[in-house]
Ligand binder design. Structure first.
Ligand code: ARG
Length: 485
């Protein structure tokens, strides 16, 4: 439709090469609503007549229910929609819908509207997943487990503490995305191809109709910059990396060697040959799909890094990377929430492993510190107790008085004091005495759970407020359209 300056039509293979029509289905709805806002503004500014507006708006309205045919010969959804409006409204009116606009501001408008909706969906899913983590944590405030560093047992801890750590990580993902939304929700509409227009449009008015908070003011910036896409996909890459780490923990913990957790059957896959297998494929795919999202980010950054200012067709390619990023993150969060709520936790095994691993060594050292002995000395004593226990293949609590004497050699520490301390410490007493803010201590779990539940509520209130603002702008727009058609 746009080839008036050019002679020959594109061959099928070239058309297929340049066309973005398959990717554009995801933005067809936004393109229609954006075009309605633009047409309404053209009428309000006396640029087109009420009759023109009526015909354009009603043709666009009928297109909302249309499934677009990818073999239409159009290069993209913008061309296809305009040609369908002209067909339905006639050239005299329909031919005016593209007044004072360009596909360059159109496509970026659609992308911004799609990403802002995706952010709100992802933020809701994130809050559900965080809530699931906190609710499982609530049930496991007394579930003892070993905490790891270097994947080596480090300190005794609680499963709730582990889950709350991830709730906090995902809360930061929520906050990051919530902040990104502010930079996405700005209207590029009316920027034209790159330098604006001589026709007296009102950009502020279309921005308001479509629920944007502000304009991307500079028309060169508005049409050619995709930093907001890179920001969105970066935020999702961080989110996916965080989910992938949880996936990895659960893959390890569901092995028969660990047996700390068992995934519900619906989150595992069988083997085609080994009947006994219950593979954590869904979690492995989280790791795999995280790689895909990071790949999407790389594709976007490498597309934009060498582009000259102003729209370049290369930008068309990044759309599928955005859609794929949104889809992967939404699905992963939905799956994670259900997976967490159906997870079986093998409390006995976690406790057994914790108790059999001399994880009280640091507690012994800290108890001696409370007796006024320098930590470096107490660390040495606890270290040699652990080594003696290891060599004699028994727990620290079963060491003989002569072993304990050996452990204090070269120090002035009374071996009887060490003996008393050893017999007073258990994993449970250790967790009772863990008082530092944010620690694995029992009391801290209660406090953190209450605090996080309040935080989730506050996040939900803010998010709902934001969603309602967009919803009511679009409802107002629809009302204005209905009055005309
Ligand atoms: N299909 C294009 C895209 O997705 C729309 C913009 C085309 N603009 C142009 N000047 N050819 O990016």
């Amino acid at each position: 439709m746009y080839r008036s300056r050019l002679g020959n039509d594109l061959s099928d293979i070239t058309l297929d090469y340049v066309s973005s029509i398959d990717d554009d289905n995801a933005i067809a709805f936004y393109d229609i609503v954006g075009s309605q806002a633009h047409a309404l503004m053209l009428y309000q500014q006396n640029i087109i007549t009420k009759n023109d507006a009526k015909k354009i708006l009603s043709s666009l309205e009928t297109l909302k229910d249309e499934t677009f045919d990818s073999s239409s010969g159009a290069e993209d959804i913008h061309e296809l929609i305009e040609s369908l409006v002209i067909k339905r409204a006639g050239m005299a009116s329909g031919g005016k819908m593209h007044t004072a606009r360009s596909r360059n501001d159109q496509v970026v408008l659609d992308i911004r509207m799609k990403i802002r909706d995706d952010i709100n969906i992802i933020c809701n899913c994130l809050l559900d997943t965080i809530e699931a983590l906190v609710s499982v944590a609530k049930n496991h405030q007394k579930t003892i487990m070993p905490l790891y560093t270097h994947l080596q047992q480090a300190q005794a801890g609680l499963f709730s503490h582990y889950l709350l750590a991830h709730a906090d990580v995902l809360s930061r993902d929520f906050q990051r995305l919530y902040g990104t939304f502010e930079r996405i929700n700005q209207s590029p509409l009316g920027a034209g191809p790159v330098g604006g227009t001589s026709i007296p449009i009102d950009r502020h008015s279309t921005a308001k109709m479509l629920g944007f908070d502000d304009l991307v003011e500079n028309s060169i910036d508005a049409t050619s910059t995709r930093d907001f896409v890179a920001e969105y996909v970066s935020m999702i890459s961080i989110l996916m990396t965080n989910l992938s780490k949880i996936a990895e923990d659960f893959v390890i913990w569901s092995t028969s060697e660990f047996s700390f957790v068992e995934l519900a059957d619906e989150f595992t896959s069988p083997s085609s040959v080994m009947p006994q297998k219950k593979n954590p494929d869904i979690l492995e795919l989280t790791r795999g799909k995280t790689a895909e999202v990071i790949g999407n980010l790389t594709a976007i950054l490498t597309t934009v890094k060498g582009l000259a200012s102003g729209y370049g067709r290369d930008l068309q390619q990044i759309k599928s990377s955005i859609w794929s990023t949104s889809k992967i993150s939404i699905n992963t969060l939905l799956i994670f929430k259900s997976m967490l709520l159906t997870l079986k936790v093998n409390e006995k095994q976690m406790k057994k492993v914790t108790e059999s691993s001399n994880l009280i060594a640091l507690d012994i050292a800290e108890k001696l510190v409370q007796e006024g002995i320098p930590f470096r000395v107490t660390h040495k004593i606890a270290g040699s107790l652990t080594q003696l226990a290891h060599l004699s293949k028994k727990p620290i609590s079963k060491l003989t008085p002569s072993d304990i004497k050996k452990s204090v050699v070269d120090t002035k520490v009374d071996p009887n004091l060490v003996s008393e301390i050893i017999s007073s410490i258990t994993v449970v007493s250790s967790l009772k005495e863990r008082k530092s803010h944010g620690s694995s201590g029992y009391d801290e779990q209660k406090r953190m759970i209450l605090d996080r539940l309040k935080k989730i509520n506050d996040f939900r209130t803010d998010l709902t407020h934001r969603e309602n603002k967009i919803k009511s702008s679009l409802e107002d727009l629809k009302k204005q359209i209905d009055e005309i058609i």
